[in-house]
Design a protein. Structure first.
Length: 283
């Protein structure tokens, strides 16, 4: 008889324990729901994470919690989509305004992505001179370009820019690879063209942008030695600065487009999941 009473007591204790645990889980879920409705999405998600850790056996409540978690994420993704979409509109308008000072150089037959070039730096306007040129791709990739023109080759592969105070900046060395560093000869004159993309310009473009009133000396380097020197012309300075700014806008546009695609894809996924009555263990 004592064993029967003991067994009954244990069963009752377990039942009470399960009931208490279920109530506690439901209470935590209710709190999370209230937080979500109050716009406290991050706090609601934390509460739901705690629910999974503290009450792993409360399957029914966990299933509701999973649905709420997806509902919260859906709201976040929709908010992110709306924000990126509105900001994209602003950036596209800004790009349209800036593009008036640029010309798109693109061979439709051979190029998928063209290059925007500031009007005063078009090649036909800068024949037979050494100067710094800049361009930006339609995807927002900026490049600083050093162009040397002279009677003899100097084989330059880097740049150093400096001002009277002694401050300077120097690009990375660009090896001859047929793409970013090349030379050609015409009627005995040599032209050397070296491109320094953002990760290779060593901060030279930013240096130029940060010293708008200083006279900037440009040294063409070959294996660390100065082979040719010029001073940055006012028109080229303006072109580089404005191209640098245009690149930032175009880069922002590409980033926003990617974020919109990610949000759209995630929203479609969540719609499917919310329409399914899927168990939390399968998530």
């Amino acid at each position: 008889m004592k064993r029967i009473y003991l067994l009954f007591f244990l069963i009752a204790a377990v039942a009470v324990g399960c009931s208490n645990e279920n109530n506690a889980a439901e209470s935590r879920y209710t709190v999370a729901r209230q937080m979500f409705e109050a716009g406290q999405w991050a706090e609601a998600k934390q509460e739901l994470d705690s629910l999974k850790v503290l009450y792993p056996k409360q399957v029914g409540t966990l299933r509701k919690g999973l649905t709420l978690m997806r509902t919260i994420e859906m709201s976040e993704q929709e908010r992110n989509f709306a924000y990126c979409d509105s900001l994209l509109t602003v950036k596209l308008e800004e790009s349209q305004s800036l593009s008036k000072n640029f010309v798109l150089e693109k061979d439709e037959e051979y190029q998928d992505i063209g290059q925007w070039v500031y009007k005063n730096q078009l090649i036909e306007r800068n024949i037979e001179r050494s100067y710094l040129r800049s361009n930006v791709s339609e995807k927002g990739e900026f490049a600083l370009v050093s162009i040397y023109f002279g009677r003899g080759a100097i084989n330059h592969n880097a740049l150093k820019v400096s001002i009277n105070s002694g401050e300077f900046s120097e690009t990375d060395v660009i090896p001859r690879d047929g793409g970013n560093n090349y030379t050609f000869t015409d009627n005995g004159n040599v032209s050397e063209i070296v491109s320094y993309f953002t990760e290779k310009d060593g901060g030279v473009t930013a240096f130029i942008d940060q010293h708008p009133k200083d006279r900037i000396k440009i040294e063409y380097l070959a294996n660390g030695k100065t082979k040719h020197t010029i001073f940055l012309a006012g028109g080229d300075r303006k072109a580089i600065t404005e191209t640098f700014g245009y690149a930032a806008v175009l880069s922002d546009i590409e980033h926003l487009k990617r974020e919109l695609e990610k949000a759209k894809s995630r929203i479609e996924y969540l719609k499917v999941k919310l329409s399914d009555n899927q168990n939390p263990e399968q998530d």
